[in-house]
Design a protein around this ligand. Structure first.
Ligand code: ATP
Ligand code: MG
Length: 331
């Protein structure tokens, strides 16, 4: 794997050596122990911010995430492109897994971005979600371990999936294929997170039929709500005809830029419209989130104390602590 590039905000001994010692533990050299040092110069704003970030991470690590009583299946969808679906799926998954929660990410986008970000091979020909949907291959056979955490798995997407929208049309029960595959899965996981493509085609419909929860990432920008009506109408159609258990449970605001008044307006509007379904945590625009995938890593691994990483940890905690109680018997 490529070497890790880390920001200057990260204390040297926690990352550059790859050792797990906590901050201030001291550095054990060949034959001497250098006494512990506070790695930050707290008298400077950047040193104080770095210290605060590391302390926030240490505090976060001490509080376990609740494990759901039953498996949660969450589709991450928005037909608008580039709003943060994949970044959200991957980093929420990594955040949950960093607390020992068992997570499967299903990459349902032919671009395979979630597979890339989880360090999973997805060149044409590797066993992938395409064979599960089109070839009735058991989901267990395509699931691979990610490089992120022992409890984080991925069903990769290859470019073959690009033809699936059309190939699915002629198949029996074409909207139910992913649902059936997940129901038949033997691997036990606490969460299944499905990363949808930026469209409302059959792949996204499969995700909506398979899930009991829908998470919509909304980018804090002017056109944020445009097109959402169409997604919500599709959700109603799926609820009416294919999956009455589906609920829009979670909205996550992404790419928030505190320097613009526009971002605040969008946050306000979205909260007014969706109420308490909007997570209290808003994901800031943060370059580490954009850089991490090129190293085949989540932001949590790439730069654990970055603002992006800490915000996804906070969002994942909210998601886990809110839980989900389905109406009726559920599936
Ligand atoms: P697509 O519709 O193409 O699947 P998407 O909705 O999955 O896109 P992402 O791929 O997660 O969106 O994000 C789009 C781009 O924005 C990526 O380059 C990603 O690295 C970057 N990005 C996502 N979230 C943030 C953020 N909070 N701060 C900075 N960059 C971000
Ligand atoms: Mg994506």
């Amino acid at each position: 794997m490529t070497s890790r590039r880390v920001g200057s905000l990260v204390p040297r001994e926690t990352v550059s050596t790859g050792r797990s010692g906590s901050v201030g533990e001291g550095y054990r050299g060949h034959d001497s122990v250098i006494p512990p040092l506070d790695p930050f110069d707290r008298s400077t704003p950047i040193g104080a911010a770095a210290a605060a970030a590391v302390e926030a991470l240490a505090t976060e690590r001490r509080q376990p995430f609740p494990r759901p009583a039953r498996r949660r299946i969450i589709s991450v969808a928005n037909q608008k492109g580039g709003v943060g679906k994949t970044t959200t799926t991957v980093n929420l998954a990594a955040a949950l897994a960093s607390h020992g929660i068992r997570v499967l990410v299903i990459d349902l986008d032919p671009q395979g971005n979630a597979s890339t970000a989880l360090g999973v091979d997805h060149h044409s020909g590797v066993p992938s979600i395409y064979e599960v949907l089109l070839g009735d291959r058991p989901l267990d056979e395509v699931i691979v371990a990610s490089t992120e955490a022992p409890e984080l798995f991925c069903a990769p997407a290859t470019i073959d999936l690009a033809g699936a929208e059309i190939e699915l049309v002629s198949l029996v029960a074409r909207e139910n294929r992913l649902h059936r595959a997940i129901q038949g899965m033997k691997r036990e996981v606490d969460y299944v997170l499905i990363d949808c493509p930026p469209s409302l085609g059959l792949l996204t419909v499969n995700a909506l039929v398979a899930a009991r929860e829908l998470l919509i990432p909304i980018q804090c920008e002017y056109y944020a709500l445009e097109g959402l009506g169409m997604l919500l109408r599709n959700v109603e159609l799926v609820q009416a005809h294919l999956n009455q258990d589906l609920r829009l449970t979670t909205i996550l605001l992404t790419m928030y830029d505190s320097r613009t008044r526009l971002a605040d307006q969008v946050v306000h509007e979205v909260k007014e419209h969706f109420g308490d379904r909007v997570l209290g945590t808003t994901i800031p625009r943060n370059v580490r989130l954009a850089e991490a995938p090129s190293y085949g890593q989540s932001a949590l691994t790439y730069d654990p104390t970055s603002r992006g990483s800490l915000s996804y940890l906070a969002a994942a905690r909210e998601l886990a602590e809110r839980g989900f109680e389905p109406n009726g018997a559920g599936r």
